[in-house]
Design a protein around this ligand. Structure first.
Ligand code: 4G0
Length: 227
């Protein structure tokens, strides 16, 4: 395998992420050497007695703003020249599967997780290389959005999943919703598995799945067909 994808996460709540990284496929990916995770506690980079990370906005108004200096120091403590520094923000570019695939080809990702109502604008303009949003809603902090992006990216690193049929078929069907799946038993609570799937006719099965996939996409996500 090639060098691990390095992923640093800068946050005031490193504990929120650690449990997540130590479960299931992400943990196995790290054990395999496909990825190397590191969480950075932003508070380590404060200098005052109270470990202040936020302050009142210049110009007045409600809410607090994250101070720039601790964020600059935290990023500088881990960043390499090739690092992408990703600010998780509702104002960022919407995350999707194509964005995940691009990030999976990088060598070093540094996630900056904002808190409170926002961060000092200089972090956005002079520290971040990317701004990503996972969707049109606001959370109390950027840790869960970073976890979502990390999960989507790490499973795409070669060797992390079985990397056989499931991933191949999924990428083949990219841009379409998946067809319905069934497993045993053939009858559950009186509900039967579609006859075609137990027919043994593989051409017919492929045709049925394609049709189901197309219909489901048309009904639920017509926007995907326009792309
Ligand atoms: C407001 C990302 C809230 C502003 C972060 C950060 C949702 C998302 C937060 C910032 C988040 C998302 C300007 C860094 C933290 N909530 N939709 N909360 N800035 O991806």
């Amino acid at each position: 395998m090639t060098a691990p994808l390095r992923i640093d996460v800068i946050t005031l709540f490193p504990g929120m992420l650690q449990g997540f990284l130590e479960e299931s496929i992400l943990k196995r990916a790290a054990q395999k050497g496909a990825v190397a995770f590191n969480t950075v506690d932003l508070r380590r980079f404060t200098t005052d007695r109270h470990h202040t990370t936020d302050d009142r906005p210049f110009g007045g108004g409600p809410g607090m703003v994250m101070k720039p200096e601790p964020l600059f120091k935290a990023v500088e403590s881990v960043a390499t020249p090739e690092a992408r520094v990703i600010l998780m923000t509702p104002q960022g570019r919407r995350f999707d599967q194509a964005a995940a695939a691009k990030l999976a080809r990088q060598t070093h990702l540094v996630f900056v997780c904002g808190h409170y109502e926002g961060v000092d604008e200089r972090v956005r303009t002079h520290l971040a290389t990317d701004e990503i949003s996972i969707g049109d809603y606001v959370l109390t902090n950027g840790v869960l959005p970073a976890a979502v992006v990390i999960d989507a990216v790490v499973r795409l690193i070669p060797g992390v999943l079985g990397n056989d049929s499931a991933t191949t078929e999924e990428s083949f069907a990219a841009g379409r919703l998946e067809y319905p799946q069934y497993t045993r038993p053939r009858v559950c609570r009186g509900l039967e598995v579609p006859e075609v799937l137990v027919s043994g006719d593989h051409e017919e099965i492929a045709r049925w799945r394609q049709e189901q996939s197309a219909r489901r996409t048309q009904d639920r996500r017509p926007d995907l067909l326009e792309k």
